[in-house]
Design a protein around this ligand. Structure first.
Ligand code: NDP
Ligand SMILES: O=C1O[C@H](COP(=O)(O)O)[C@@H](O)[C@H](O)[C@H]1O
Length: 483
């Protein structure tokens, strides 16, 4: 491949166009790009089901109307007109011959693999055999591998067919605006940078909670589980951005270098400091194996062995069917030593910096103030809702699909970062802790409380409290306590 790597793709081929991700994210994102006049190529969807291009266009209209409040009908029809469909089994070489015929006039295709991860390398092999990869880019969904060895093997197989410049490893969290802005927030604000270390911070807590279950993704999810689904990729990427040192340059590689450096300082996860759990009722989800031991919740305590973070518990948890839907980073600050002379209650809440990534991106500072009547103290919150202050950013897949089509690689994962994340989690994959149950609508199992040092708690966003209005949103884990 020549400089085509940096050039605009002239056709997009979506493998897995009938799947869940395509319906929820890809089709609506392509519509938004079309409506913003940022799309300029034909699109071919490929999947197994024998259906017509017109069926796919119908699915497109449904998918867009399901998520957009106001639809630009003209843009939607323009997009529909770009859309074509090809069916066949991904294992069948004839499919790639048919595809090659359709791509006769294309010079720089973008192949987007949103398919079962076990098929990534085989599909690229077939594309190469059909002579389709010379000037192509390949956009690969997550998870990239299912453990450290398979990630390396997948990389080896892809590199036997493609050059690194042709491989785009997508992690849609890297396209979320609050995640993108983390480095800027940290290093452009002299107010924040000096208090971002073990000297001031008691714990870092990263939570991805979802109030919905696995629903219709049983067969995919049961083979993956929470650790591989969202921790190895999304949350460890967030962790790297929260804890890295300042990048040494403004380019994308400098940022990746900084992230890889801190990931290398993360000690291997210890199974004794991890909890795996499964929500009650999970085993009845269609596609889930009888007696499945897959975790729908995971919590772990990690350790970063460097000067900035030594001794600070790094607490990560992710789960389905929890009390609410929120993805956030909390820096929980140490209690001030000057409390006694100020008459601050010993149990007053610690300061926190809360970065909400979803659903309503915002930064909040939780501070302690003297009560107006002078009789005690109360929590107060300073809130910066990003959308209201800064405008609505593009959705992650909209941004990343555009970057992939135009050859901008900055927001796609680097292999060394991917391999470090698997290295960190490998002990949990080799010796997974036993799965314990938790109730739907709770904050997960009580066992997760034991991951914290004595005197510390998980800080949950809950409906009544931690929304910036009332005094305390801290709640202990549900321990099976109901919704
Ligand atoms: N769903 C989500 O929220 C997210 C998913 N992802 C990633 O996206 C990828 C796809 O996930 P998802 O959409 O949920 O998966 P689905 O199972 O819903 O979709 C898989 C797609 O691949 C097609 N397919 C599977 N096997 C074959 C085959 N042998 N031959 C032809 N077509 C085949 C299916 O076609 P058919 O239906 O006709 O069989 C379908 O279009 C995964 O890597 C996942 O990790 C990433 C982020 C979020
Ligand atoms: O990759 C995935 O991410 C979603 C969570 O992402 P969000 O942007 O919707 O918050 C998760 O629900 C899904 O299981 C996982 O595959």
């Amino acid at each position: 491949m020549t400089d085509a790597a940096e050039q605009q793709s002239d056709v997009l081929v979506v493998f897995g166009i009938t799947g869940d991700l395509a319906h929820k994210m890809t089709l609506p994102s392509l519509y938004r790009l079309e409506a913003a006049n940022r799309l300029d190529c034909p699109i071919i969807g490929v999947a197994r089901e024998d259906r017509s291009a017109e069926d796919l266009r119908r699915t497109l209209r449904e998918a867009v109307h399901a998520v957009e409040q106001q639809v630009d009908a003209e843009a939607l029809e323009r997009l529909a007109a770009r859309l074509d469909y090809l069916h066949g089994d991904f294992a069948d070489p004839a499919l790639y011959q048919s595809l090659a015929e359709r791509l006769r006039d294309a010079g720089r295709p973008l192949f987007y693999l949103e398919i079962p991860p076990s098929l990534f390398a085989d599909v690229v092999g077939h594309l190469a055999d059909a002579g389709l990869t010379r000037d192509a880019r390949v956009l690969v969904e997550k998870p990239f591998g299912h453990d450290a060895a398979s990630a390396r093997e997948l990389d080896r197989r892809l590199h036997s067919l493609l050059r690194e410049q042709q491989i785009l490893r997508i992690d849609h969290f890297l396209g979320k605006q609050p995640v993108l802005d983390l480095a800027y927030l940290r290093f452009a604000n002299t107010l924040l940078a000096p208090v971002w270390s073990r000297e001031h911070i008691e714990s870092v807590q990263i939570t991805l909670a979802e109030d919905f279950g696995v629903e219709d993704r049983g067969s995919f999810y049961d083979a993956v589980g929470a650790l591989r689904d969202v921790v190895q990729n999304h949350l460890l990427q967030v962790l790297a951005l929260v804890t890295m040192e300042a990048p040494r340059g403004a380019d994308a590689d400098a940022l990746w270098d900084a992230k890889v450096e801190v990931l290398r300082a993360v000690a291997d996860a210890d199974p004794a400091h991890a909890v795996r759990a499964q929500y009650e009722g999970y085993q009845q989800v269609p596609g889930v194996g009888d007696g499945s031991g897959t975790e729908t919740y995971v919590a772990l305590r990690l350790e970063i062995r460097n000067e900035r973070w030594q001794g600070v518990p790094i607490l990560i948890r992710a789960g389905k069917a929890l009390a609410t839907t929120v993805t956030e980073v909390r820096l929980v600050y140490r209690h001030p030593e000057t409390r006694a002379p100020l008459d601050v209650p010993a149990h007053a809440a610690a300061n926190q910096l809360i970065l909400t990534i979803d659903p309503d991106p915002a930064m909040r500072l939780r501070l302690l103030s003297k009560a107006a009547d002078g009789t005690g103290s109360r929590d107060v919150h300073l809130e910066l809702p990003f959308a209201a202050e800064l405008g609505k950013p593009p959705a992650p897949y909209e941004r990343l699909l555009h970057d992939a089509l135009t050859g901008d690689r900055a927001l796609f994962s680097r292999e060394d970062a991917v391999e470090e994340t698997w290295r960190i989690l490998q002990p949990l994959i080799e010796k997974p802790p036993a799965v314990v149950p938790y109730q739907r609508g709770s904050w997960g199992p009580a066992d997760a409380d034991a991951l914290l040092p004595t005197g510390q708690t998980w800080h949950n966003q809950d409906d009544s409290g931690d929304d910036g209005r009332s005094s305390d949103g801290d709640t202990a884990h549900g321990g099976g306590g109901g919704a």
